[in-house]
Design a protein around this ligand. Structure first.
Ligand code: BEZ
Ligand code: FE
Length: 287
């Protein structure tokens, strides 16, 4: 294959993958090459623009380590993460909807009893969260593992601090026999996704802000049910309609109800105002 030009190069590359035609890799790479070439043709990509793209990806690689994943941020801000999540979680009406996982989950979060304060010293206004885990048939799901994580009032997850002795504002709980769960934490606040790298520069160049509306992350697993990865978003947040990563679903928005200082749901008396949040999760039975 010689003398390839702009009209013959695409077919030549696809022909090189002919042997992979019936494999998943072949399907993905064939489509990727077709779309990539079509994109370059559509925008008449210049050599300088191609070089800028390579520089951008190189910077993304250079800033990525075990604490910072710039490629996931890129996928999130281009809506690819939410598209993949949406395709992977088609489920019957009535089930709690899924949304993006995000980069701040850790697998070694501390276990807590219901009623505990998962904030563990994270700064923020006190918040008491409660609800039930049920199946699509409305039956309680006992012993569901509930992982919860969130940013503090300054908009940072514990893993974004360098020198914390233990995890804060995250934990693992277990639903009770009637499906109930409850814990104390802090009020979720809006925060910007990390934007001091190439993805931040891209957002700025596109006149886009890096903010996510206030939310609480949940991952719920229980035998016999599909895993649910989702958030609860705070009603009234100014970024609900412009989430930097396109993750908001109306069914996931809830009221954080404000209360004056006084007796809290756990029976303690607080000398500062606090919030309560109630949210039930409906799990999809595993196929
Ligand atoms: C998050 O909600 O934790 C998150 C999601 C996508 C990008 C950055 C953060
Ligand atoms: Fe988050």
């Amino acid at each position: 294959m010689r003398n390839l030009d702009e009209t013959t190069i695409t077919d030549a590359v696809l022909a090189r993958h002919e042997g992979q035609k019936s494999t998943r890799l072949g399907t993905i790479m064939t489509s990727l090459v077709r779309h990539l070439h079509a994109f370059a043709r559509e925008v008449e990509l210049t050599e300088a623009e191609w070089e800028a793209g390579i520089r951008f990806l190189t910077e993304a690689g250079n800033i990525t380590d075990d604490k910072r994943q710039e490629f996931i941020l890129l996928s999130d801000t281009l809506g690819l993460s939410m598209l993949v999540t949406a395709m992977a979680s088609r489920k019957p009406q009535g089930c709690t909807e899924a949304t993006v996982f995000g980069p701040f989950f850790v697998s070694d979060a501390p276990a807590y009893e219901n009623g505990a304060d998962v904030a563990n010293g994270a700064p923020g206004k006190p918040c008491f969260v409660s609800g039930r885990i049920v199946g699509l048939d409305g039956q309680p799901v006992a012993n569901a593992q509930i992982e919860v994580w969130q940013a503090d009032e300054d908009g940072f997850y514990d893993v974004q601090y360098r020198d914390l002795a233990s995890h804060r504002a995250r934990g693992v709980l277990c639903s009770l026999s009637d499906g109930r769960y409850f814990f104390r934490t802090i009020v979720a606040e809006p925060y910007p996704i990390p934007h001091d790298g190439p993805v931040g520069k891209m957002l700025a160049a596109l006149d886009r802000h890096p903010w996510r509306p206030a939310h609480l992350h949940f991952m719920i697993t229980a035998p016999g049910y599909e895993r649910l990865v989702t958030h609860v978003f705070r009603e009234g947040d100014r970024y609900l309609d412009s989430d930097a990563v396109f993750g908001v679903r109306s069914s996931l928005i809830a009221d954080w109800i404000e209360h004056p200082a006084g007796v809290a749901p756990d029976g303690t008396t607080l000398d500062e105002p606090f919030c309560t949040l109630a949210f039930d999760f409906v799990l999809n039975p595993a196929p």
